[in-house]
Design a protein around this ligand. Sequence first.
Ligand code: WTA
Length: 641
Amino acid sequence: MTDYAPTPEFTEQAVGQASLYDEAADHEAFWAARAREYVTWSQDFGTTLDWSDAPFAKWFVGGELNASYNCVDRHVEAGNGDRVALHVVGANGDDRTITYADLLREVSKAANALESLGVTKGDRVAIYMPMIPEAVIAMLACARIGAPHSVVFGGFSSDALKARIEDGEAKLVITSDGQFRKGKAMPLKEAVDRAVPGTTAGKVLVVKRTGIDVEWDDERDVWWHEVVDSASDQHEAPAHDSEHPLFILYTSGTTGKPKGILHTTGGYLTQCAYTNAVVHDVHPETDVYWCTADIGWVTGHSYIVYGPLANGATQVLFEGTPDSPHQGVFWEIVEKYKVSILYTAPTAIRTFMKWGADIPAKYDLSSIRVLGSVGEPINPEAWRWYREHIGGGSAPIVDTWWQTETGAIMNSPLPGVTTLEPGSSQRPIPGISAEILDDEGQPLTEPEKVGYLVLTKPWPSMLRGIWGDPERYKDTYWSRFGPEYYFAGDGAKYDADGNIWILGRVDDVMNVSGHRLSTAEIESALVSHPRVAEAAVVGASDETTGQAVVAFAILRQDGETGGAESDELVQELRNHVGQQIGPIAKPRQIMIVDELPKTRSGKIMRRLLKDVAENREIGDVTTLADSSVMNLIKDGMAKPS
Ligand code: WTA
């Protein structure tokens, strides 16, 4: 068997050393030391952790800081203003280089512009943008003035954006005229124009990215280049309380309504910077780091914006997609910028595998020394391919388990310490404690026994709540096994070596290409269509995307069904879901059925539908109210659509 132990050379230079595990025996002292090591405080904190109002945590109590100052100003003050912060790789061939000194000027101007538009500390700002540097600048400008940002993924629909603006009561929306997709200019502001009316958002700040035509409301809309470019490039970063809200980020839960996950400043920044340093092994003077996530997801927040910039790293910011203008574009970028640390998702790796190893083989990838994986379990086969064909057979792979709610990496190997196990995120990093519990809440220690992953101690970057819904916060995360345990919603087991294997969600949340989608949200999108009476959605396993959305729909009796019309209808329903939520939520498959399998109490048995969707032998049907239903559905599946 191949031994994936770190080489002595790697260990020697690694940021994260084995001694961290020993140091973490004193939980609070450990984190207090990390907070002072990775963050510059304008006012030092007193109490490290206040857990007296559990599960509502306060970290680094009394401390004051500015996240934007930590990500930008202090690097310039330290004499590193000429260091490249962002190698911007545009989707239109228009690359740019932004140094830390440039970033300081741009963030200061944007902060002044936001203030001139009436945004003050505590106001929420929605950001709906493509992967352009202005998105990063906008986030840092918000953080600077203490206005929590709420970034909404640019692939979400106008309706999804509206719901998020309304829930967070955002005062301003920042967007762009359009975005480049596979070389073509596509509209973006259009969705904002539809979302904003009737909401609290009184102003829309618009970056000109593509130059496409946009509708303009003189009262409401403001061009970025008009207010930001003319603003002063001097802006004093005020100190904010350690627990001042930094951002809200919406994620799917078990109900139809997305949850606004709230993160605050001091603890979040500490854990992002620390994990980026010790897990990705970032040496800011020499490394070129590239996280391929979109800033619309938590990975982009923590590992494009806050972690690496707090560490003063040089990174690549890529606006495009892996297949445009060609399937080797990732490797072309690695070669050109000498990327040394690459952090991407299993779904991308499996896609590259499908495209073939001869594509990366055409490029010089010798600069790569650390690889990372995030968002979903990585199957050992993809892990080995990644190591072999991208990592030159030697780069350590850090498989990082964490969530929007955890804010930063929780389980992962340390690349200079851990002997790697392909497919497992292995163990909690120093400072984090996890366990696996059985149905009764008893800790499981025996290998191969499947249970639920829980976190047993509060951690600095933990969510502070769900925006506007403290009860839901308690119910969702701190009640399944009592208030001592954070319930992550993931199934897990140990192997014989004590590695933790994450087995996927145990709730009604799907993971499609590393994106979290809720079955309930897609079901409610489907039933909002006039032709649909009832719908059930399941996540079926998919070779490339991990899971795929498969929907079953019952039509209303008053409509007509059948034949060619049903193909059109299926297409219409897919588009409808795309419109309601966003293209990522479009079901791969929609089955029009006459019945859904239900228990006698009327609960839909998704487990059986999953069997159908995955072409498996159908499981136990004895609890069904009408067991013939499954035969009907199976027959329906067998028919060519
Ligand atoms: C899954 C993304 C296995 C898991 C950072 C979790 C993973 C959900 C891994 C959170 C991993 C994330 N191995 N599963 N390395 N990383 N997951 O909030 O089910 O978008 O609960 O955060 O993704 O997804 P989220």
